[in-house]
Design a protein around this ligand. Sequence first.
Ligand SMILES: [Zn+2]
Length: 258
Amino acid sequence: MPEGLILILLFVLGGCVGSFLNVCIVRIPEKLSIVAPPSHCPKCKKPIAFYDNIPLVSYIILGGRCRHCKLPIPFRYFVVELLTAAVLPGLYVWSGLTLPLALSFIFCAALIVITFIDLQLQIIPDIISLPGIPLCFLCSFFVPWTTPLESAIGILVGGGVLYGVAAGYYFLRKKEGMGGGDIKLLAMIGAFLGWKGALVALVVGAFAGSIIGVMAMLLKGKDMKYAIPFGPFLSLGALCSLLYGAELLHWYLALGRG
Ligand SMILES: [Zn+2]
């Protein structure tokens, strides 16, 4: 099969998965089933026909509104579909058609759901991160970038480092700076990437988070510090670590040696 065709097919498949992730993002925090009932408009309750449920295309054709009552569909739906559609061929270029491709795509899909739930509600649902920890540990038997031992250490380091930061912050400020959700998320990331990968994810996430945090404080005032969730940055860090972890670590160690 020509390479271009594979990329297009993976993009389409990714878009379909993204459409499902949108359902997860809405229903998981409300503890609703993610398979039934079929999608419907929250206002007019009309079910969404299959031809209005085509990833990316339908959003554009409908102009971002319900076909029947014209209720605006959040732009998030389009962003999640586009992001998921782009991630799958991106990972394919990186790993080829392999088992690690499937596993890392599922991992990224979980991060996308976590990111958008955290952005909206400032929570990271346990129902993803907690089962994610043993499942990611299982993956470590089948992927080239880590070993089961490094994965197990990753769970402890990932969970432990943030727990220490959170406890220290609480001790100094008597205020919760970091949620337990972030701790469980980094433990899951550590299970999937190994402890080195988890540290790279944390450093990249904290770096990106501080830049955005400082910008938000400059633009909107000091209170923004508590309004920015950390989960999206940890997820971004995990993706960078997955794709470029070895290079980032190399570069950092080389800096240390001068
Ligand atoms: Zn409607």
